[in-house]
Design a protein around this ligand. Structure first.
Ligand SMILES: Nc1ncnc2c1ncn2[C@@H]1O[C@H](COP(=O)(O)OP(=O)(O)OP(=O)(O)O)[C@@H](O)[C@H]1O
Length: 266
């Protein structure tokens, strides 16, 4: 549940990955992963298309297995029961943005509480406040009763984000959560994720917006060709020039009244 709810595990989350190889079929996708992540971190995963970011997130979500070890709170991830995993991990995938049923936004968001309460229908009442707060956090209050197939693409994205956030799982995995959001909602989401990290959750988000990633994240993993080329704090990642190398672009930073901003050029 969200802060104030009955999930007190968010400050205890620890993820340790030691994998020599992660493959799909015969194809090797990731190699030589060795890192630890802890609650309190907001980790941005950046890198070119096809560099392995989604595969990395799917690995953390337990949807893929590799050669080596993936420990969640000191226990191999696959030894946790599915229900326990659903209570520990919230995962927003990259490619399930189309609604299947025309459910109201409020019901879509409520589905995010299923791992904690399989009997959601009869016990909807006690969750009302948590759901209302998440709807408000994602600026959905005004459209809470609209069917999800009759709202805009950005609004739909916010509904799916609210569903992923409402349970308050300690490990939050998000694959390109800024897609379709306008600049104000992008900033709001990054603030929400930073607040979750500050409250002890571990946030791991694939982001293509380098400026927002460096501004909000506490740590950046730069992927290229299936490996983590750099793993450091944003200022060190920026200063190293690694992003220019892996993306093949020029990145210029400037100090403005609103803070340090980045611009990319060919
Ligand atoms: N199901 C699959 N079977 C075989 N290869 C795959 C599969 N899914 C992804 N790949 C390959 O694995 C590599 C990494 O893909 P992945 O989706 O992890 O990249 P990504 O960094 O998330 O890319 P993007 O920024 O385009 O979303 C790519 O070369 C891709 O073609």
């Amino acid at each position: 549940m969200s802060e104030g709810g009955d999930n007190d595990q968010h400050d205890l989350i620890a993820v340790d990955v030691r994998m020599s190889r992660v493959g799909i079929g015969n194809r090797s996708i990731l190699h030589d992963l060795s890192l630890s992540m802890r609650g309190g971190e907001f980790i941005a995963v950046v890198g070119p298309n096809g560099s392995g970011k989604t595969t990395f997130l799917r690995l953390l979500a337990g949807l893929l297995r590799g050669d080596g070890e993936l420990m969640l709170n000191g226990t191999p991830l696959h030894r946790h029961t599915l229900r326990h995993r659903a209570r520990l991990i919230s995962y927003l995938p990259q490619d399930t943005r189309q609604p299947v049923w025309p459910m109201p936004v409020r019901d879509i968001v409520a589905l995010g509480l299923l791992p904690f309460d399989a009997d959601l229908q009869t016990r909807y009442g006690p969750h009302e406040q948590v759901i209302d707060r998440q709807l408000a956090d994602c600026d959905l209050t005004a459209i809470a009763d609209r069917p999800i197939d009759r709202i805009s693409g950005g609004e739909r994205m916010r509904a799916l984000l609210a569903r992923a956030l409402v349970g308050g799982q300690p490990l939050i995995l998000m694959d390109e959560p800024l897609t379709s959001l306008d600049p104000a909602h992008q900033l709001r989401l990054m603030q929400l994720l930073a607040e979750r990290a500050a409250a002890g959750h571990l946030v791991v988000a694939v982001l293509h917006d380098v400026d927002l990633a460096l501004h909000f994240a506490s740590r950046v993993l730069a992927f290229d060709k299936g490996a983590i080329l750099a793993d450091d704090v944003p200022a060190a990642i920026y200063a190293s020039g690694i992003l220019e190398t892996i993306f093949g672009v020029t990145i210029r930073g400037a100090d403005t009244e609103g803070g340090h901003i980045l611009a990319m050029r060919p």
